[in-house]
Design a protein around this ligand. Structure first.
Ligand SMILES: NC(=O)c1ccc[n+]([C@@H]2O[C@H](COP(=O)([O-])OP(=O)(O)OC[C@H]3O[C@@H](n4cnc5c(N)ncnc54)[C@H](O)[C@@H]3O)[C@@H](O)[C@H]2O)c1
Length: 360
Protein backbone atom coordinates (compact mmCIF):
# COMPACT_ATOMS: atom_id res chain seq x y z
CA UNK A 1 0.00 0.00 0.00
CA UNK A 2 1.19 3.53 -0.77
CA UNK A 3 0.45 6.49 1.48
CA UNK A 4 0.24 9.78 -0.39
CA UNK A 5 0.17 12.94 1.67
CA UNK A 6 -1.91 15.97 0.67
CA UNK A 7 -0.64 19.12 2.39
CA UNK A 8 -3.57 21.48 2.46
CA UNK A 9 -2.74 24.21 4.96
CA UNK A 10 -4.31 23.47 8.32
CA UNK A 11 -5.82 20.11 7.44
CA UNK A 12 -3.34 17.81 5.70
CA UNK A 13 -4.47 14.24 5.13
CA UNK A 14 -3.37 10.86 3.85
CA UNK A 15 -4.55 9.00 0.80
CA UNK A 16 -4.15 5.25 1.19
CA UNK A 17 -3.81 3.57 -2.20
CA UNK A 18 -3.64 -0.18 -2.57
CA UNK A 19 -5.18 -3.40 -3.85
CA UNK A 20 -7.60 -5.32 -1.63
CA UNK A 21 -7.06 -3.01 1.34
CA UNK A 22 -10.72 -2.60 2.27
CA UNK A 23 -10.89 -6.38 2.82
CA UNK A 24 -7.98 -6.36 5.31
CA UNK A 25 -8.87 -5.96 9.01
CA UNK A 26 -5.27 -4.92 9.73
CA UNK A 27 -5.62 -1.92 7.41
CA UNK A 28 -8.67 -0.57 9.21
CA UNK A 29 -7.08 -0.95 12.61
CA UNK A 30 -4.41 1.64 11.67
CA UNK A 31 -6.95 4.35 10.80
CA UNK A 32 -7.95 7.26 12.95
CA UNK A 33 -11.67 6.60 13.35
CA UNK A 34 -14.28 8.54 15.30
CA UNK A 35 -16.32 6.61 17.86
CA UNK A 36 -19.46 7.00 15.73
CA UNK A 37 -19.79 7.11 11.97
CA UNK A 38 -22.47 7.39 9.29
CA UNK A 39 -21.59 5.52 6.12
CA UNK A 40 -23.20 7.08 3.04
CA UNK A 41 -23.45 5.07 -0.17
CA UNK A 42 -25.92 4.14 -2.90
CA UNK A 43 -27.56 0.75 -3.53
CA UNK A 44 -25.36 -0.07 -6.56
CA UNK A 45 -22.10 0.42 -4.70
CA UNK A 46 -23.42 -0.84 -1.36
CA UNK A 47 -24.34 -4.26 -2.76
CA UNK A 48 -20.67 -4.84 -3.56
CA UNK A 49 -18.76 -3.02 -0.82
CA UNK A 50 -20.91 -2.03 2.16
CA UNK A 51 -20.25 -5.29 4.05
CA UNK A 52 -16.43 -5.26 4.03
CA UNK A 53 -16.27 -1.51 4.66
CA UNK A 54 -18.75 -1.62 7.53
CA UNK A 55 -16.96 -4.64 9.01
CA UNK A 56 -13.62 -2.82 8.78
CA UNK A 57 -14.95 0.37 10.33
CA UNK A 58 -16.81 -1.68 12.93
CA UNK A 59 -13.56 -2.82 14.53
CA UNK A 60 -13.19 0.61 16.07
CA UNK A 61 -16.40 2.46 15.31
CA UNK A 62 -20.13 2.25 15.82
CA UNK A 63 -21.13 2.72 12.17
CA UNK A 64 -24.60 2.95 10.72
CA UNK A 65 -25.37 3.17 7.01
CA UNK A 66 -27.60 5.45 4.98
CA UNK A 67 -28.23 4.83 1.28
CA UNK A 68 -28.97 7.59 -1.22
CA UNK A 69 -30.59 6.56 -4.54
CA UNK A 70 -28.14 6.27 -7.43
CA UNK A 71 -27.77 9.21 -9.80
CA UNK A 72 -26.60 12.78 -10.29
CA UNK A 73 -30.09 14.14 -9.51
CA UNK A 74 -29.67 12.97 -5.91
CA UNK A 75 -26.68 15.26 -5.36
CA UNK A 76 -29.29 17.61 -4.00
CA UNK A 77 -30.21 19.80 -1.08
CA UNK A 78 -33.04 17.46 -0.10
CA UNK A 79 -30.66 14.47 0.16
CA UNK A 80 -28.21 16.58 2.20
CA UNK A 81 -31.08 17.58 4.47
CA UNK A 82 -32.05 13.92 4.96
CA UNK A 83 -28.48 13.20 6.10
CA UNK A 84 -28.48 16.18 8.52
CA UNK A 85 -31.86 15.19 9.97
CA UNK A 86 -30.70 11.62 10.46
CA UNK A 87 -27.52 12.80 12.19
CA UNK A 88 -29.53 15.08 14.47
CA UNK A 89 -32.19 12.46 15.19
CA UNK A 90 -29.55 9.87 16.09
CA UNK A 91 -27.75 12.43 18.25
CA UNK A 92 -24.47 12.40 16.34
CA UNK A 93 -22.03 14.84 17.88
CA UNK A 94 -19.21 17.01 16.53
CA UNK A 95 -16.68 14.23 17.00
CA UNK A 96 -18.59 11.90 14.63
CA UNK A 97 -17.48 11.04 11.12
CA UNK A 98 -19.19 10.65 7.77
CA UNK A 99 -17.83 8.03 5.39
CA UNK A 100 -18.47 8.44 1.65
CA UNK A 101 -18.50 5.10 -0.20
CA UNK A 102 -19.17 5.72 -3.89
CA UNK A 103 -18.35 7.78 -6.94
CA UNK A 104 -18.17 11.54 -7.26
CA UNK A 105 -21.89 12.00 -6.57
CA UNK A 106 -21.72 10.32 -3.15
CA UNK A 107 -18.36 11.96 -2.42
CA UNK A 108 -19.54 15.50 -3.21
CA UNK A 109 -22.83 15.07 -1.32
CA UNK A 110 -21.23 13.49 1.75
CA UNK A 111 -18.43 16.06 1.88
CA UNK A 112 -21.00 18.83 1.64
CA UNK A 113 -23.11 17.29 4.42
CA UNK A 114 -19.99 16.93 6.59
CA UNK A 115 -18.87 20.50 5.90
CA UNK A 116 -22.13 21.88 7.23
CA UNK A 117 -23.34 19.60 10.01
CA UNK A 118 -22.57 21.37 13.30
CA UNK A 119 -20.41 23.78 11.25
CA UNK A 120 -18.20 20.97 10.03
CA UNK A 121 -17.39 17.40 11.04
CA UNK A 122 -14.78 14.98 9.76
CA UNK A 123 -15.34 12.74 6.75
CA UNK A 124 -13.50 9.90 5.07
CA UNK A 125 -13.65 9.36 1.31
CA UNK A 126 -13.73 5.88 -0.18
CA UNK A 127 -13.99 6.64 -3.90
CA UNK A 128 -15.21 3.74 -6.07
CA UNK A 129 -15.02 5.17 -9.60
CA UNK A 130 -11.87 6.01 -11.52
CA UNK A 131 -13.07 9.62 -11.84
CA UNK A 132 -13.58 9.91 -8.10
CA UNK A 133 -10.13 8.43 -7.39
CA UNK A 134 -8.15 10.60 -9.79
CA UNK A 135 -10.21 13.76 -9.45
CA UNK A 136 -13.21 14.42 -7.20
CA UNK A 137 -11.94 12.84 -3.96
CA UNK A 138 -8.78 14.96 -3.96
CA UNK A 139 -8.79 18.69 -3.36
CA UNK A 140 -11.67 19.34 -0.98
CA UNK A 141 -14.36 20.59 -3.36
CA UNK A 142 -17.75 19.42 -2.09
CA UNK A 143 -21.19 20.44 -3.24
CA UNK A 144 -24.68 19.85 -4.51
CA UNK A 145 -26.65 20.78 -7.63
CA UNK A 146 -29.59 23.17 -7.90
CA UNK A 147 -32.27 22.97 -10.59
CA UNK A 148 -30.52 26.05 -12.07
CA UNK A 149 -27.18 24.33 -12.48
CA UNK A 150 -24.58 21.84 -11.33
CA UNK A 151 -22.38 22.39 -8.29
CA UNK A 152 -23.90 25.81 -7.57
CA UNK A 153 -23.79 25.37 -3.80
CA UNK A 154 -20.78 23.94 -2.05
CA UNK A 155 -17.86 24.31 0.27
CA UNK A 156 -14.16 23.64 0.34
CA UNK A 157 -13.84 20.96 3.02
CA UNK A 158 -10.94 18.55 3.25
CA UNK A 159 -11.44 14.90 4.21
CA UNK A 160 -9.66 13.37 7.19
CA UNK A 161 -8.43 10.54 4.95
CA UNK A 162 -9.11 8.99 1.55
CA UNK A 163 -9.02 5.25 0.91
CA UNK A 164 -8.50 4.06 -2.67
CA UNK A 165 -8.75 0.34 -3.26
CA UNK A 166 -8.22 -0.33 -6.97
CA UNK A 167 -9.96 -3.71 -6.71
CA UNK A 168 -13.33 -1.94 -6.48
CA UNK A 169 -12.84 -0.72 -10.05
CA UNK A 170 -13.43 -4.29 -11.30
CA UNK A 171 -17.19 -3.86 -10.97
CA UNK A 172 -17.28 -0.42 -12.59
CA UNK A 173 -19.13 -0.44 -15.96
CA UNK A 174 -16.80 -0.07 -18.96
CA UNK A 175 -18.28 3.25 -20.07
CA UNK A 176 -17.81 4.78 -16.60
CA UNK A 177 -14.22 3.52 -16.54
CA UNK A 178 -13.40 5.05 -19.94
CA UNK A 179 -15.08 8.28 -18.91
CA UNK A 180 -12.70 8.46 -15.94
CA UNK A 181 -9.78 7.93 -18.32
CA UNK A 182 -10.58 11.27 -19.97
CA UNK A 183 -9.64 13.01 -16.70
CA UNK A 184 -6.52 10.85 -16.53
CA UNK A 185 -5.45 11.94 -20.01
CA UNK A 186 -6.16 15.53 -18.96
CA UNK A 187 -3.32 15.42 -16.39
CA UNK A 188 -0.91 14.44 -19.15
CA UNK A 189 -2.20 17.09 -21.53
CA UNK A 190 -1.86 19.95 -19.05
CA UNK A 191 1.36 19.03 -17.31
CA UNK A 192 3.05 15.74 -18.11
CA UNK A 193 3.92 14.78 -21.67
CA UNK A 194 5.79 11.67 -20.51
CA UNK A 195 2.55 10.46 -18.89
CA UNK A 196 0.77 10.77 -22.26
CA UNK A 197 3.50 8.62 -23.83
CA UNK A 198 3.11 6.09 -20.99
CA UNK A 199 -0.68 6.01 -21.54
CA UNK A 200 -0.08 5.38 -25.23
CA UNK A 201 2.36 2.52 -24.54
CA UNK A 202 0.34 0.89 -21.76
CA UNK A 203 -3.07 1.19 -23.45
CA UNK A 204 -3.94 -2.53 -23.46
CA UNK A 205 -2.92 -2.93 -19.81
CA UNK A 206 -4.86 0.18 -18.79
CA UNK A 207 -7.97 -0.99 -20.62
CA UNK A 208 -7.59 -4.44 -19.00
CA UNK A 209 -7.49 -2.66 -15.59
CA UNK A 210 -4.36 -4.51 -14.49
CA UNK A 211 -3.71 -3.93 -10.81
CA UNK A 212 -0.10 -2.67 -11.03
CA UNK A 213 -0.95 -0.39 -13.91
CA UNK A 214 -3.94 1.05 -12.05
CA UNK A 215 -1.83 1.67 -8.96
CA UNK A 216 0.74 3.57 -11.00
CA UNK A 217 -1.82 5.48 -13.06
CA UNK A 218 -3.84 6.60 -10.03
CA UNK A 219 -0.76 7.54 -8.01
CA UNK A 220 0.51 9.73 -10.87
CA UNK A 221 -2.83 11.53 -11.23
CA UNK A 222 -3.28 12.01 -7.48
CA UNK A 223 0.24 13.47 -7.20
CA UNK A 224 -0.53 15.91 -10.03
CA UNK A 225 -3.81 17.00 -8.50
CA UNK A 226 -2.41 17.20 -4.97
CA UNK A 227 0.53 19.34 -6.10
CA UNK A 228 -1.80 21.80 -7.84
CA UNK A 229 -4.33 22.07 -5.00
CA UNK A 230 -1.56 22.42 -2.43
CA UNK A 231 -0.27 25.47 -4.29
CA UNK A 232 -3.73 26.89 -5.01
CA UNK A 233 -6.33 25.37 -2.65
CA UNK A 234 -9.21 27.75 -3.50
CA UNK A 235 -8.76 28.08 -7.24
CA UNK A 236 -7.49 31.63 -7.32
CA UNK A 237 -4.94 30.80 -10.04
CA UNK A 238 -3.19 27.67 -11.20
CA UNK A 239 -5.92 25.23 -10.09
CA UNK A 240 -8.01 26.48 -13.02
CA UNK A 241 -5.67 24.46 -15.29
CA UNK A 242 -7.56 21.39 -14.10
CA UNK A 243 -10.56 22.77 -16.00
CA UNK A 244 -8.83 22.07 -19.34
CA UNK A 245 -11.58 20.99 -21.75
CA UNK A 246 -14.29 21.68 -19.18
CA UNK A 247 -15.72 24.97 -20.49
CA UNK A 248 -16.41 23.39 -23.90
CA UNK A 249 -17.37 20.12 -22.15
CA UNK A 250 -19.89 21.72 -19.79
CA UNK A 251 -21.52 23.50 -22.73
CA UNK A 252 -21.88 20.16 -24.54
CA UNK A 253 -23.38 18.55 -21.42
CA UNK A 254 -25.82 21.42 -20.96
CA UNK A 255 -26.94 21.49 -24.60
CA UNK A 256 -27.45 17.72 -24.65
CA UNK A 257 -29.30 17.90 -21.30
CA UNK A 258 -26.84 15.56 -19.56
CA UNK A 259 -28.42 12.62 -21.39
CA UNK A 260 -26.02 11.93 -24.27
CA UNK A 261 -22.56 12.04 -22.75
CA UNK A 262 -21.01 11.07 -19.44
CA UNK A 263 -18.95 13.88 -17.92
CA UNK A 264 -15.61 12.43 -19.05
CA UNK A 265 -16.90 11.92 -22.59
CA UNK A 266 -17.96 15.57 -22.84
CA UNK A 267 -14.59 16.59 -21.40
CA UNK A 268 -12.82 14.46 -24.03
CA UNK A 269 -14.58 16.38 -26.81
CA UNK A 270 -13.95 19.60 -24.86
CA UNK A 271 -10.21 18.92 -24.58
CA UNK A 272 -9.92 18.35 -28.31
CA UNK A 273 -11.87 21.56 -28.97
CA UNK A 274 -9.60 23.45 -26.56
CA UNK A 275 -6.54 21.98 -28.30
CA UNK A 276 -7.93 22.86 -31.76
CA UNK A 277 -8.75 26.35 -30.52
CA UNK A 278 -5.13 26.61 -29.35
CA UNK A 279 -4.09 25.75 -32.93
CA UNK A 280 -6.63 28.27 -34.29
CA UNK A 281 -5.18 31.02 -32.11
CA UNK A 282 -1.62 30.12 -33.04
CA UNK A 283 -0.26 28.69 -29.81
CA UNK A 284 -0.18 24.96 -30.68
CA UNK A 285 1.02 22.79 -33.57
CA UNK A 286 -1.75 20.97 -35.46
CA UNK A 287 0.11 17.68 -34.99
CA UNK A 288 -0.09 18.05 -31.18
CA UNK A 289 -3.88 18.51 -31.27
CA UNK A 290 -4.12 15.48 -33.59
CA UNK A 291 -2.00 13.43 -31.20
CA UNK A 292 -4.29 14.25 -28.27
CA UNK A 293 -7.40 13.40 -30.33
CA UNK A 294 -5.80 10.10 -31.44
CA UNK A 295 -4.96 9.10 -27.87
CA UNK A 296 -8.51 9.84 -26.65
CA UNK A 297 -9.98 7.94 -29.61
CA UNK A 298 -7.73 4.96 -28.92
CA UNK A 299 -9.25 4.84 -25.43
CA UNK A 300 -12.74 4.73 -26.91
CA UNK A 301 -13.62 8.32 -26.10
CA UNK A 302 -15.52 10.69 -28.41
CA UNK A 303 -13.61 13.66 -29.84
CA UNK A 304 -15.96 15.32 -32.34
CA UNK A 305 -18.42 18.12 -31.61
CA UNK A 306 -21.86 16.73 -32.53
CA UNK A 307 -23.10 18.47 -35.68
CA UNK A 308 -26.47 19.13 -34.01
CA UNK A 309 -24.84 21.67 -31.67
CA UNK A 310 -24.76 25.13 -33.22
CA UNK A 311 -21.79 27.45 -32.72
CA UNK A 312 -23.88 30.28 -31.24
CA UNK A 313 -25.65 27.91 -28.82
CA UNK A 314 -22.28 26.57 -27.70
CA UNK A 315 -21.01 30.09 -27.07
CA UNK A 316 -24.09 31.01 -24.99
CA UNK A 317 -23.80 27.79 -22.99
CA UNK A 318 -20.09 28.45 -22.44
CA UNK A 319 -20.96 31.87 -21.01
CA UNK A 320 -22.85 30.06 -18.26
CA UNK A 321 -19.49 28.93 -16.93
CA UNK A 322 -18.97 30.40 -13.45
CA UNK A 323 -15.43 31.50 -14.32
CA UNK A 324 -16.18 34.02 -17.06
CA UNK A 325 -16.43 37.78 -17.32
CA UNK A 326 -18.41 39.77 -19.90
CA UNK A 327 -17.17 39.51 -23.54
CA UNK A 328 -14.14 37.57 -22.41
CA UNK A 329 -13.82 33.97 -21.39
CA UNK A 330 -11.10 32.36 -19.40
CA UNK A 331 -10.04 29.26 -21.29
CA UNK A 332 -7.31 26.76 -20.64
CA UNK A 333 -5.23 26.46 -23.79
CA UNK A 334 -2.20 24.40 -24.74
CA UNK A 335 1.19 25.72 -25.79
CA UNK A 336 2.40 22.18 -26.29
CA UNK A 337 1.31 18.75 -25.11
CA UNK A 338 2.07 18.82 -21.40
CA UNK A 339 2.00 22.60 -21.10
CA UNK A 340 -1.29 24.41 -20.50
CA UNK A 341 -1.89 28.09 -19.84
CA UNK A 342 -4.84 30.13 -18.57
CA UNK A 343 -5.88 32.72 -21.12
CA UNK A 344 -8.56 35.40 -21.48
CA UNK A 345 -10.12 34.98 -24.90
CA UNK A 346 -12.55 37.25 -26.77
CA UNK A 347 -15.95 35.71 -27.47
CA UNK A 348 -15.78 36.70 -31.13
CA UNK A 349 -12.76 34.54 -31.70
CA UNK A 350 -14.40 31.55 -29.98
CA UNK A 351 -17.49 31.96 -32.16
CA UNK A 352 -15.38 32.10 -35.35
CA UNK A 353 -13.54 28.99 -34.23
CA UNK A 354 -16.74 27.06 -33.49
CA UNK A 355 -18.18 28.08 -36.86
CA UNK A 356 -15.02 26.83 -38.56
CA UNK A 357 -15.31 23.48 -36.72
CA UNK A 358 -18.89 23.12 -37.93
CA UNK A 359 -17.92 23.74 -41.54
CA UNK A 360 -15.41 20.85 -41.46
N1 LIG B 1 -15.45 17.58 -6.17
C1 LIG B 1 -14.75 17.61 -7.28
O1 LIG B 1 -13.64 18.15 -7.33
C2 LIG B 1 -15.30 16.97 -8.51
C3 LIG B 1 -14.48 16.77 -9.63
C4 LIG B 1 -15.01 16.10 -10.72
C5 LIG B 1 -16.33 15.63 -10.70
N2 LIG B 1 -17.08 15.85 -9.59
C6 LIG B 1 -18.47 15.36 -9.53
O2 LIG B 1 -18.43 13.93 -9.57
C7 LIG B 1 -19.69 13.47 -10.06
C8 LIG B 1 -19.45 12.37 -11.06
O3 LIG B 1 -18.77 11.31 -10.40
P1 LIG B 1 -18.69 9.85 -11.03
O4 LIG B 1 -18.27 9.94 -12.44
O5 LIG B 1 -17.90 9.05 -10.08
O6 LIG B 1 -20.22 9.39 -11.09
P2 LIG B 1 -21.19 8.61 -10.07
O7 LIG B 1 -20.84 8.88 -8.68
O8 LIG B 1 -22.56 8.91 -10.53
O9 LIG B 1 -20.84 7.09 -10.40
C9 LIG B 1 -21.09 6.60 -11.71
C10 LIG B 1 -21.91 5.31 -11.68
O10 LIG B 1 -21.08 4.23 -11.28
C11 LIG B 1 -21.67 3.52 -10.20
N3 LIG B 1 -20.56 3.01 -9.42
C12 LIG B 1 -19.71 3.71 -8.64
N4 LIG B 1 -18.72 2.93 -8.21
C13 LIG B 1 -18.95 1.70 -8.70
C14 LIG B 1 -18.27 0.46 -8.61
N5 LIG B 1 -17.09 0.33 -8.00
N6 LIG B 1 -18.81 -0.62 -9.22
C15 LIG B 1 -19.98 -0.50 -9.92
N7 LIG B 1 -20.66 0.64 -10.06
C16 LIG B 1 -20.14 1.74 -9.46
C17 LIG B 1 -22.53 4.55 -9.51
O11 LIG B 1 -23.53 3.96 -8.73
C18 LIG B 1 -23.07 5.33 -10.71
O12 LIG B 1 -24.15 4.65 -11.28
C19 LIG B 1 -20.40 14.67 -10.62
O13 LIG B 1 -21.42 15.05 -9.73
C20 LIG B 1 -19.34 15.75 -10.68
O14 LIG B 1 -19.86 17.04 -10.52
C21 LIG B 1 -16.60 16.50 -8.50
Amino acid sequence: MQTLRVETGQSPYNIYLGSGIIQQPAFWSTLNLAPRGLLISNPVVAQHYQLPVQAGLGQKQNTVAHLVPDGESFKSLSEAEKIWRLLAQEKFTRDSQLIALGGGVIGDLTGFAAANFMRGIDFIGIPTTLLAMVDSSVGGKTGINLPQGKNLVGAFWQPGAVIMDVDVLRTLPDREYRSGLAEVIKYGAIGDKAFLQWLDLQRDHVIARETDILLELIARCVKHKAAIVERDPRESGERALLNFGHTFGHAIETLTHYTTYLHGEAVAIGMVLAARFSVFSGSLETSAADQLADLLTSYGLPVELPSSLLAMDMLVAMRGDKKNTAQQMRLILLQSLGHAVIQQVGEESILKFLQSVQRC
